[in-house]
Design a protein around this ligand. Sequence first.
Ligand code: GDP
Length: 318
Amino acid sequence: MILAQLPRLHLSILAKPSFSLSSSHFNFLNPKPPVTVARTLFSLASKSNLATVEPLPLPVSDSSDLDDAPVEISLDKLFIPPETDVSGYDPASLTARILKGSNIVLSKYARDAQVVQADYVKSSVKTEDCPADGLPEFALVGRSNVGKSSLLNSLVRRKRLALTSKKPGKTQCINHFRINDKWYLVDLPGYGYASAPHELKQDWNKFTKDYFLNRSTLVSVFLLVDASIPVKQIDLEYASWLGQNQVPMTLIFTKCDKRKKKKNGGKKPEENIKEFQDLIQGFFETTPPWIMTSSVTNQGRDEILLHMAQLRNYWLKH
Ligand code: GDP
């Protein structure tokens, strides 16, 4: 399991010579990582030493090339967390520190990632009504049908927890789930309902934007994007708005188990992901963190939890 592997990883990070950036040097909103190693291309091995994804619960059709195709990421496209020095690493060691199916380098803050308890707490209609206990939180948001509920259930290993957010009256709310009594997962209303009335869309915009801009305990927004279909304008607009407003964002590419189909433009998830990243490049000073996921195979679940853990533990310390 994840926790069993963390101490080893943690120690090996600390054992490397490193320089520390003070917190004032690092801004999670616009991270400027201390990249000092040669800007070569790294081929991301499909098996990182953190690959703890459970056996496939369902057979997935035509997925033989899913995990084994190496993804090439240049160094300046990596997300290097604060207080993480990669200058002493050769490409192979650095590659081993990158979370599988992502551009995220692990830091010494990646601990206590496991979810042992998850409880629905409340549904709020405005930011001021959200829990006031000061615990850090991560907000999941995305187009309706992107796979948000499935991902939430997969993260907490419960089949139906996210159903709470789908009950009548709660789909337009900020729904808080407390994890391990230490932090929150927040389910925000899905956007892009073609049939939603204009006033509702406007309201939704105002309400979620207010939450993003004023929720002081929000560590990062997790913007879900369906990787099985061609890039959607509305997702680009959303990412652009978050970037322009310097709201910290992680991109979660969903449905990565789905292979190319003619009706979807014939592209693989990897190709849609690359296109999305190319299109949003201009909105961000540095590449935001991203992770490939599937709620069918549980791809990316442990990686998301580790990423959340490192963001959260850093946030708590500063
Ligand atoms: P939400 O509206 O964003 O909460 O989306 P849901 O979680 O309800 O999922 C919408 C549809 O996509 C459902 O039919 C799910 O079974 C399907 N789905 C969700 N996640 C995945 C995934 O990772 N892979 C595949 N193949 N289908 C998924």
